[in-house]
Write a protein that binds this ligand. Structure first.
Ligand SMILES: [Cu+2]
Length: 222
């Protein structure tokens, strides 16, 4: 931005004219950097790319404009490293606030002051403020808590029933689909290789015919 100061109206010389394309490039580069900077800075605070994180249980949830979380049930394996991506879909603020207290549901009639008191007494595992830009993604990495059900809420719309449950426990099949997918792919590859090998062997046998079944002449010892 400060580089624009060099472009004074007095720049009428040939040298200045020659420098203009370079300055233009510099200006464009600066603009590109400046516009990228907020995204970079935000990435460190909580905005994520959509890419799942390797080695993590990847969870995604949306905070909708109809005051709900979709899905409103998340499943993790106790002790697993969890990469949670929360997508803001509304143009007004939501929070994603995950209780650290197992098997405890905040009474639905509680006031926002009571909900705040609850989270003061039991600091949340995750507490994301989702801003007001639809499509923005936020992430939190955390270790899945001990087996149990943990409520997550929007602090702003708790009274509207904007809540959900994170279940830490048994159903491991839904929590980590990636190893299963890898196994399925590996099995398919092995099956294809086996089928191809069988076809090749059978084709060769047919070409050679019955003659190939006669034992080879072994040269007698001299
Ligand atoms: Cu909300």
């Amino acid at each position: 931005v400060t580089r624009r100061g060099r472009r004074s109206p007095k720049d009428g010389t040939a040298g200045a004219r020659a420098a203009r394309p370079a300055l233009l490039l510099l200006a464009l580069a600066t603009i590109a950097l400046v516009s990228a900077a907020p995204a970079l800075a935000a990435a460190q605070s909580s905005v994520a790319g959509a890419a799942p994180a390797a080695g993590f249980d990847n969870l995604t949830v949306m905070a909708t404009s109809s005051l709900s979380f979709v899905p409103d049930k998340l499943t993790v394996t106790p002790g697993a490293s969890v990469h949670l991506v929360v997508t803001q879909e509304a143009t007004f603020e939501h929070t994603f606030t995950l209780s650290s207290l197992a098997n405890a549901t905040i009474p639905p009639g509680d006031s926002s002051a009571q909900v705040a008191a609850f989270f003061n007494a039991h600091p949340p595992i995750v507490n994301l403020s989702l801003g007001t830009t639809p499509g923005t993604e936020f992430f939190a990495n955390f270790t899945a808590p001990a087996a149990g059900t943990y409520e997550f809420v929007c602090l702003i719309h708790f009274a509207n029933g904007m809540t959900g449950d994170l279940v830490s426990g048994s159903s491991s099949s839904s929590s980590s689909p990636f190893p299963l997918t890898s196994v399925a792919i590996a099995a398919a590859v092995v099956a294809v290789v086996v089928v191809v090998a069988v076809v090749i062997v059978m084709t060769r046998r047919r070409k050679k015919g019955p003659a190939s079944e006669t034992p080879k002449d072994s040269s007698p010892p001299k």
